[in-house]
Design a protein. Structure first.
Ligand SMILES: C[S@@+](CC[C@H](N)C(=O)[O-])C[C@H]1O[C@@H](n2cnc3c(N)ncnc32)[C@H](O)[C@@H]1O
Length: 259
């Protein structure tokens, strides 16, 4: 289980990109007041919070299979309908939402195509589905690129996060088309995070969050120290900001036959 970690550890590792990434994804999906929206794979609620800001808690639903993340999302955002569960089997009726979003989740689904079909199912005809994943194939997510490049100095054959669903340009759009979504467009979103220094960058990797943190737990003490040193030499002294590119797509649910 790659996300059996406290919400606070996720916040320090990946959640720090949420304010910029969530705004970009919600803009892409056109989320505005009056819409009913859902965040699929909400984690502790970085995107959910942006949705609440735009439409109000009573119009937002969210779901995640990691119980401690669903609980954190519920506690942080009272009034949001937060459920425990997976994208592949969403516990909502057909057409309940105007916009269905998913941020950094497709690659973690056991059946991403089924997840996309379910996202389309719970969205009303004419409504929007949008999703994003970090660009870990071409290396646009700087934090993860630095980490996996350091790992490959030890072991050049490590696959890392290169082949996960949604991480290559155009992959999410292809999945959207296969699921029957129309007017599919794709592009890149830019996010960023500030670090007070190298320790602020490195410590969250030691929390075992996601594929990178999990990989680190498999190394010996000496290997761990070598990866740390390689990351150290790739980053500046003092505080810094890292950019992160995510691939995204949006599509429209076809009008129903009776329309
Ligand atoms: C990288 S985190 C992204 C969290 C949040 N959306 C964000 O943008 O920060 C991936 C999330 O996907 C969730 N997840 C894993 N498999 C899932 C599935 N099949 N359906 C829905 N969510 C899933 C994990 O529990 C985790 O919270």
């Amino acid at each position: 289980m790659q996300f059996a970690v406290p919400a606070e550890h996720y916040d320090r590792f990946m959640g720090r990109y949420a304010p910029t990434l969530a705004t970009a994804l919600a803009d892409t999906a056109g989320v505005t007041s009056g819409m009913r929206v859902i965040d699929v794979g909400c984690g502790p609620g970085g995107l959910t919070q942006e949705l609440v800001r735009r439409v109000g808690a009573g119009y937002v639903a969210a779901i995640d299979p990691a119980p401690q993340f669903a609980t954190a999302c519920r506690d942080r955002l009272p009034g949001v309908d937060v459920r425990d569960g997976v994208a592949e089997k969403l516990p909502w009726a057909d057409g309940e939402f105007d916009v269905t979003l998913s941020s950094l989740v497709l690659g973690f689904m056991s059946d991403p195509d089924q997840g996309v079909r379910e996202m389309a199912r719970v969205t009303r005809p004419g409504g929007t589905v949008a999703a994003c994943m970090w660009d870990t194939t071409a290396g646009g997510m700087t934090m993860l690129r630095i980490f996996w490049a350091a790992v490959r100095q030890l072991n050049p054959d490590v696959e890392g996060e290169r082949r996960m669903a949604g991480t290559a340009e155009g992959d999410i759009a292809e999945r959207f088309r296969r699921a029957g979504l129309e007017d599919v467009t794709s592009g890149a979103l830019t996010a960023r995070a500030d670090y007070s220094g190298f320790d602020d960058f490195w410590e969250p990797f030691t929390f075992a969050v996601g594929p990178a943190g999990q990989y680190l737990t498999t190394l010996t003490g000496e290997q761990h120290a070598r990866v740390r040193r390689a990351c150290r030499s790739a980053l500046p002294e003092g505080s810094f900001t890292l950019d992160a590119r995510a691939w995204c797509a949006r599509g429209t649910v076809p009008a129903s036959a009776s329309d």
